[in-house]
Design a binder for this molecule. Structure first.
Ligand code: BGC
Length: 750
């Protein structure tokens, strides 16, 4: 019947118009009494987020308040509530309160792009990984990175991002190093802040994580991290402090591990004393997935929200409020913070509308950022860029470079269109902790640049066969990878799968060997002296191959610099081995009740970061250890000269100096500024305090000006529980890497 009417309407335009107009005039009456109710007073966008949140809290029932304190479950991780039926398919879903016009919170992981697009039948752009993002040292690029993620989240129906990873790369074998922003708190904090700003500008709730000191994955649910307060505040916590200050992130995710005895998600020092009091954080704290361990202790410590389900922050929380164990004011504070975050980020005034992701626009941005993130580590004269007109033959070897480039795993994983590029189309569904190659083929991208050259591929599985191919070619490009993921750490910084031997053999066969690394952490390079050029491409994202080809053939001049030191060997790290958890402190795969045992609390084991503030280059500097490639290092196809440093003291110390492009190509130089603090403060020899990215044509000079935030020159005084700038002589150093600082000027600061 209905179908018949529809057909008649379509074939009779006059009738259609009459029915359409009638429907229009009826429309207001049809929507019913709901629309006649006056808008809720908190929907007045001219009020502040604090005022609006406070108004809603006053109207809420106890059950409504409790409903905002927890998620509704995640498949494969503990109990799932029937309420999750309205979930958008992301990692977290909090029910809304329609009576009060409060929408649900749809959370998705979004480290280098929106997660779980595969299982939800959607599409997401994969940006270069977060460490690659940091290698751009480019705040505009970081903003674009976040804005792209924010737009794609909205298009897919999400209103909250679970990105913003900024754990310091204190332990570079951490399997999540690719999700973070490197080893320096100022660089990492500024860059992550800009990413989150970009996300929140799209009216998506931003998140910064994992607070704090979740610097290794091994035993993350049990480990107790020991560190003194000063070191903590000046290293890992400083990255978060700067990130929050820059972005006003609406949410902070507390981490799985314990810190100095208490779980991070029930750690009063971290959540209340530092975050909410000292840093004046106004948003809400949510636990990492399964990282909540109590009601009363967690609530009093400052945990506002449990994810992914309601083990503690549902009925148990309600009972605790009713019995007076959790004060009502504490409950109201949690709820107010969550609502405030929603108003502040704009998700109530401007909710997401599902639409088609801008695929083409996303690919362009991914490529542009990749081009700024790939670091040229070595280049013997005349090696790179390649001149396509002079190239007769090229051997492309290894790492599935015929079809794709590797990506980082775990909850950061972005699903490639068509599935894993090394599997037949349609069979490459993403599975937890599987190596996923994105369909961005270096072989194809290189062939497109040199259509007249003979270009052949060898998988590199047999080093002798690869070397034979290399020998017959003008140039050999070997691709090597080191895959990593959440939930694991690297055994070592050595390339796996015999790739060191492959590179050495190819290099011995062809003096014009170029190595392209696809790694999420630094790697050791026993063959570094034998090859002509080395490029670190990280996990390069959806358009990695095209970006790489532009660099290899000189259409783009490399500008990226390392956000992390490449040591000579694992033995040079502060801890030669990662401390592994005893069996009793682990949950086994396939243990269906693992979530329960984790929630109840696995027995602790100890990791003591006694290197403290000496993270990355600060460690190698202080210990006088030679490194393979230093922090802040990266080559270009042109060269730069630094001169004329002037330091002007003041509230913000100001440095000016000149950078000149002395070569014959346009380029962008990241000019870095470090400070050496007065000897009396017992700090590592120097710390990064600022930088500027300068774009210069051949022969051009520009005066660069860098203002130094006094926080970056301060030390944390534990007795006074405050930052202080110690009067004395400060040396300021400027140059192109942490180990190439030709300019130096000492100033006395009061
Ligand atoms: C990760 C978080 C992630 C969450 C939700 C946890 O295992 O540590 O970073 O946001 O899962 O997927």
């Amino acid at each position: 019947m209905a179908m018949h009417r529809a057909r008649t309407l379509r074939t009779n335009p006059v009738l259609f118009i009459i029915v359409f107009l009638a429907a229009q005039s009826l429309a207001p009456a049809q929507t019913g009494p709901q629309d006649k109710t006056p808008p809720k007073p908190w929907m007045n966008a001219s009020l502040s987020p604090d005022e609006r949140a406070a108004m809603v809290v006053k109207e809420m029932t106890l059950d409504e308040k409790i409903s905002l304190l927890h998620g509704t479950g995640m498949r494969g991780l503990g109990p799932v509530s029937p309420l999750s039926v309205d979930s958008n398919g992301g990692a977290g879903y909090v029910v809304g309160i329609p009576r009060l016009a409060i929408p649900g919170i749809q959370m998705s992981d979004a480290a280098y792009g929106v997660r779980q697009s595969g299982e939800n039948g959607r599409y997401s752009t994969a940006l270069p990984d977060c460490l690659a993002g940091a290698a751009t040292w480019d705040l505009e690029a970081a903003h674009e990175y976040g804005a792209l993620i924010g737009r794609e989240l909205r298009a897919q129906g999400y209103n909250m991002s679970l990105g913003g990873g900024v754990n310091l790369a204190r332990e570079p074998r951490n399997g999540r190093t690719f999700e973070y922003m490197g080893e320096d708190p100022v660089l990492a904090g500024k860059m992550v802040g800009e990413v989150i700003k970009g996300v929140q500008a799209q009216h998506v709730i931003g998140d910064i994580k994992h607070y704090a000191l979740n610097d290794q994955e091994s035993g993350r649910n049990a480990v107790n991290v020991n560190m003194d307060k000063r070191s903590m505040r000046e290293s890992d916590l400083l990255a978060l402090e700067i990130g929050l200050r820059e972005s006003n992130s609406a949410a902070v995710m507390c981490s799985y591990n314990r810190v100095n005895g208490d779980y991070a998600c029930e750690n009063k020092y971290l959540l209340t004393d530092v975050l909410k009091k000292d840093w004046k954080f106004k948003g809400f704290v949510l636990s990492d997935w399964g990282g909540t361990h109590s009601v009363v202790k967690a609530s009093a410590a400052g945990l506002d929200h449990e994810e992914p389900a309601e083990i503690f922050y549902g009925d148990a929380f309600k009972k605790a409020v009713e019995s007076g164990k959790v004060p009502k004011s504490e409950l109201d504070d949690h709820v107010r913070r969550i609502l405030r975050a929603m108003f502040a980020a704009g998700v109530i005034d401007d909710p997401p509308e599902k639409s088609v992701v801008d695929v083409v626009g996303g690919l362009e941005i991914a490529q542009k950022i990749a081009e700024q993130s790939i670091v040229l580590l070595k280049n013997e004269p005349g090696q790179l860029p390649l001149d396509a007109s002079k190239l007769h033959s090229l051997a492309v070897i290894g790492a599935h470079s015929d079809v794709g480039m590797i990506s980082g795993g775990g909850s950061a994983q972005v699903d490639p269109p068509g599935g894993n590029a090394i599997l037949p189309p349609g069979q490459g569904r993403t599975k937890w902790q599987e190596k996923i190659w994105f369909p961005t083929s270096p072989l194809k991208a290189i062939k497109a640049k040199a259509p007249n050259a003979t270009i052949e591929y060898d998988p590199g599985t047999d080093p002798s066969a690869a070397a034979d191919l290399a020998k017959a070619a003008d140039v050999a490009i070997v691709f090597a990878y080191q895959w990593e993921s959440e939930g694991m750490d690297l055994e070592s910084l050595s390339l796996p799968e015999n790739q060191d031997a492959l590179i050495a053999k190819v290099a011995a066969a062809n003096p014009h060997t170029i190595v392209v690394l696809e790694t999420g952490s630094p790697v050791t390079m026993p063959w570094a002296g034998q090859v002509g050029s080395i490029l670190e491409a990280w996990y390069a994202g959806s358009r990695g191959a095209e970006a790489l080809a532009n660099l290899i053939f000189g259409e783009v001049n490399p500008s990226a610099k390392l956000p992390i030191t490449f040591p000579k060997s694992d033995a040079d790290l502060p801890h030669p081995n990662i401390v592994k958890p005893p069996v009793r402190s682990t949950s086994k795969d396939g243990d269906h009740d693992a979530w329960k045992r984790i929630a109840e609390g696995l027995p602790a084991f100890q990791v003591t970061y006694d290197e403290g503030v000496k993270v990355g280059y600060k460690w190698y500097d202080a210990e006088n250890k030679q490194v393979l490639f230093p922090f802040g290092y990266g080559l270009s196809y042109t060269s730069y000269q630094y001169s004329g440093l002037k330091v002007t003291p003041g509230n913000n110390v100001r440095l000016t100096f000149t950078v000149k492009n002395t070569g014959d190509r346009a380029g962008a130089e990241i000019a870095e500024v470090y400070a050496a603090l007065p000897a009396s403060v017992a700090e590592p020899p120097k710390r990064l305090v600022g930088w500027s990215k300068v774009r210069l044509n051949p022969g051009e000079s520009k005066e660069v000006s860098v203002e130094v935030d006094p926080l970056y020159l301060s030390v944390f005084n534990v007795d006074r529980d405050a930052w202080e700038l110690i009067p004395g002589d400060y040396a300021f150093l400027a140059g192109g890497s942490s180990q190439s600082l030709p300019l130096k000027e000492t100033t006395s600061l009061k």
